[in-house]
Design a protein around this ligand. Structure first.
Ligand SMILES: CC(C)(COP(=O)(O)OP(=O)(O)OC[C@H]1O[C@@H](n2cnc3c(N)ncnc32)[C@H](O)[C@@H]1OP(=O)(O)O)[C@@H](O)C(=O)NCCC(=O)NCCS
Length: 148
């Protein structure tokens, strides 16, 4: 997937190998077209954060969007979390990303009472230079209790 630093996928896989997450990849034939990292822990919403996992790094390749791939990744992540006994999941979305937010709200995610926060990550620009992206995000949560 474009723009992220080399090694990003390995770091997510390493997290999975430590038992701290599950890195879901959407495939079309031999081509990876989207991903979602389901993190056990890291929740600012609950001290029992392993039971309140995070959906992060949700992305679908530009040429494959609006085909239901993002929804399928989320559906799988929510099912896996529910099977593990989790009653909620949460995610962060940037204030300037209304399309993603609309998708999450259609799936039943609602804004939490927590303040907005700034998320920063490195990426490579078109010249291969490392730069930092910054986004102000809100946190959304979803109850999984209807599934269990
Ligand atoms: C947000 C993102 C992950 C959604 O992935 P996606 O695969 O496009 O999502 P879906 O196709 O499941 O649903 C999104 C849209 O497709 C529509 N859709 C759902 N299933 C569909 C299908 N089978 N066929 C066609 N359209 C479909 C939805 O109604 C929705 O419509 P919209 O275009 O009005 O928003 C993707 O747009 C993306 O990678 N964006 C850039 C990165 C990003 O913003 N990530 C989120 C960070 S929080």
């Amino acid at each position: 997937m474009p723009r992220r630093l080399p090694g990003t996928h390995w770091k997510r896989l390493e997290r999975q190998e430590r038992g701290e997450g599950l890195y879901l990849i959407a495939w079309i034939d031999e081509r990876p077209v989207g991903h979602l990292l389901l993190k056990w822990g890291d929740s600012p919403l609950s001290p029992e954060s392993s039971l309140w996992p995070t959906l992060s790094d949700i992305s679908v390749h530009l040429n494959y969007r609006s085909r239901g791939i993002g929804s399928q990744l989320m559906e799988h992540a929510e099912q896996i979390a529910a099977r593990r006994g989790c009653r909620q999941v949460w995610l962060s979305v940037a204030l300037d990303n209304p399309r993603a937010r609309a998708l999450y709200e259609r799936r039943g995610y609602r804004q939490t009472s927590l303040d907005t926060h700034v998320s920063r990550w490195p990426y490579l620009d078109e010249h291969g230079q490392e730069r930092w992206q910054e986004e102000t995000c809100v946190r959304l949560e979803k109850s999984l209790s209807a599934r269990t």
